[in-house]
Design a protein around this ligand. Structure first.
Ligand code: UDP
Length: 326
């Protein structure tokens, strides 16, 4: 099979490319390197079944050619990371909405199966934990920039489902919960690489808010397994799936765990959200997926526990020069 991965030089995309190649498939990647990096795919360059194009999916002639040459498309190219979203809302909205429009329109010409990556952010302020795919999405006010990410991804979901219902383009949507592992950078606000870098450097570990907010961190290897299974399964079409771990931890407990695992002398400090992001910033107090739907269809069960995930991230960053992403 020939797989096109948009955003394939990113954190999840590059792991997905590894997994498809390992299975014997051909992989082509398009990435504009806005948040991805060539480092993530450097080891694949010599593989004759791998090719990459440095460009934006908004470049229609280029993307059209790549879609035509592929059997299936995994659309991961997007603006991600809460810091990036708060700092560059125009880029977030335009990248996420336009990019998906282009990919779906092109895939539709030859009816190539497309997987659209959405996010757990779409559940917004919903208190209906654990989140089920058919539950309500509760958006915050449009004056709070953070929610533009959730809304742009919700539009992507509507569009992908509309293509399936109206034009019979086979589309599958995944809502990725906090996904972590080697190659993820803390540059755009992701908490685990940030804490690990801080702990390794002996700098203060910055917990935002009171640290009581919780998250479930899924290992990128488990997530990539789920993506491939969903792409392979004919019944995933026209559906939305949560992908993530159900092991819940508060951010302050996470900070303590990182400090302990790195044997760090770093101090744990608390920083108000207003200072960390922007005035009036709203966080999600709890975020836990219900993963029964994907479990029933493809047998998904997260294998890697948080300690193992953290160790893999610590190992990765221990090998990086200290100036990297600080
Ligand atoms: N966070 C934190 N310190 C940091 C970065 C993030 O306390 O240096 C918090 C953030 O406010 C959120 C959680 O960690 O409550 C997860 O943040 P991340 O950006 O990784 O993902 P999110 O779940 O917000 O999409």
């Amino acid at each position: 099979m020939r797989v096109l991965i948009t955003g394939g030089a990113g954190f999840i995309g590059s792991h997905l490319a590894d997994a498809y190649l390992q299975r014997g498939d051909d992989v082509s990647v398009i990435d504009d390197l806005s948040t991805g990096t060539i480092e993530n795919i450097r080891h694949l360059k010599a593989n004759p079944r791998f090719s990459y194009t440095i460009d934006s999916v908004h470049n229609q002639p280029v993307t059209a050619e790549l879609v035509d040459q592929s059997d299936v498309v995994v659309h991961l190219a997007a603006a991600v990371g809460v810091k990036l979203i708060v700092e560059s809302p125009v880029r977030t909205i335009e990248t996420n909405v336009r990019g998906t429009e282009v990919v779906l329109a092109l895939a539709n010409k030859k009816k190539k199966k497309v997987l659209i990556a959405s996010t757990s952010e779409v559940y917004g302020l919903s208190a209906d934990v654990p989140f089920r795919e058919d539950g309500n999405l509760v958006m915050g006010a449009t004056t709070k920039g953070r929610w533009s990410y959730a809304c742009s991804k919700a539009i992507d979901e509507f569009l992908a489902l509309a293509y399936w219902r109206e034009k019979k383009l086979p589309t599958t949507i995944v809502r990725l919960f906090n996904t972590v592992g080697p190659r993820q950078t803390g540059r755009y606000g992701m908490v685990i690489p940030t804490f690990v870098r801080q702990a390794l450097a002996g700098r203060p570990i910055t917990v935002y808010g009171d640290g009581k907010q919780t998250r479930c961190f899924g290992y990128v290897g488990d997530v990539v397994w789920a993506l491939i299974k969903l792409m392979d399964h004919p019944d995933s079409v026209g559906q939305v799936f949560n992908i993530g771990s159900t092991e819940e931890i508060s951010i302050v407990a996470l900070a303590e765990k990182v400090k302990e695992l790195t044997d760090s002398k770093s101090e744990i400090v608390f920083m108000p959200y207003d200072e960390a992001y922007e005035e009036g910033f709203e966080d999600m107090p709890r975020r836990v997926p219900d993963i029964s739907k994907i479990n029933q269809l493809v047998g998904f069960k997260p294998e890697m526990k948080l300690d193992g995930i953290l160790q893999s991230v610590i190992n990765f960053h221990s090998g990086q020069p200290s100036s990297f992403e600080d």
